[in-house]
Design a protein around this ligand. Structure first.
Ligand SMILES: [Zn+2]
Length: 160
């Protein structure tokens, strides 16, 4: 993922991945607000990346709830335009917009989306590996009970 290139950064990210993904889902409207402010996906990209980095760094400190962390980030004047609000946006239009459709699709698919059993982050069907719960070296067998889904990266580092 994005600017996580060295090993330490990746392993720090894996520790907070579950909460990071949780935050992106629960506070997706903040990301939308950043995108709207900079008016295009491309214009908003560096700002969204900066927001993600800030979030990862604060989640890594691990001493606050996600909600407190969001409050902290929003006190930064860089983010003064963001509104922490769960009030639904009023839509007068009768047809579903592309944004509404994609929000519904994401909401429905995430309920059943598989997660990596090692880092607890969401896992994409195209990058799934099967991890031995009890390692082969320790006598683990290739049966259903001893198998779990994992990211290729997580499966690899766990063995080393
Ligand atoms: Zn993983």
């Amino acid at each position: 993922m994005m600017e996580l290139n060295d090993k330490t950064k990746i392993s720090n990210f894996l520790k907070v991945r579950e909460n990071f993904e949780r935050t992106l889902i629960d506070y997706d409207y903040l990301i939308q607000q950043i995108g709207r402010k900079y008016r295009s996906a491309i214009g908003g990209y560096p700002h969204i990346t900066a927001f993600y980095q800030e979030l990862i760094s604060k989640l890594s400190k691990n001493n606050k709830t996600i909600d407190q962390i969001i409050d902290d980030i929003l006190t930064d004047k860089e983010y003064s335009y963001l509104k922490k609000s769960i009030e639904p946006i009023v839509i007068e239009e009768k047809d579903f917009s592309v944004e509404t459709k994609s929000a519904v699709f994401i909401k429905e698919t995430l309920k059943n989306a598989p997660k990596c059993k090692l880092c607890h982050g969401y896992i994409h069907v195209n990058s799934t590996t099967f991890d031995h719960i009890n390692r082969k070296e320790d006598g683990g067998k290739g049966n259903v009970e001893n198998a779990q889904l994992a990211h290729p990266y997580c499966n690899n580092i766990e063995k080393n």
